[in-house]
Design a protein around this ligand. Structure first.
Ligand SMILES: [Zn+2]
Length: 111
């Protein structure tokens, strides 16, 4: 008998980790409390595999488009009341990568 194991879906490598998000938000002063319950405990919800969550455009009459214009987002959920918070993913990833490159350059010894 062959036993197979099911691997849980892996988070998308396109999105920053929860640690990266919280470090970035703290650096820009965006570590605010939940607007619904006032607590400050956020879960990062990453899309599986190579997917990302996104706002997508639809036709004005509600019809769907193939390959619609979209805004990829990263999603945070309040651990207490489950309020959903979203941030545009592309500029966020760019800023995090820029910060990482800057930090790495600062850590390198100078000749
Ligand atoms: Zn909340």
């Amino acid at each position: 008998m062959t036993e197979t194991t099911t691997q849980p879906p892996q988070p998308s490598p396109l999105e920053p980790s929860a640690v990266e998000l919280m470090h970035y938000f703290e650096s820009v002063g965006a570590k605010g409390t939940c607007p619904c319950c006032g607590q400050n405990n956020w879960l990062s919800t990453r899309a599986p595999h190579d997917l990302v969550f996104a706002y997508v455009a639809t036709k004005a009459d509600g019809g769907l488009l193939v390959n619609p214009p979209s805004i990829p987002v990263t999603v945070l959920i309040c651990e207490n009341c489950h309020f959903v918070r979203q941030h545009a993913l592309k500029p966020l990833v760019h800023k995090i990568q820029t910060q990482k490159a800057s930090t790495k350059a600062d850590d390198e010894p100078r000749a």
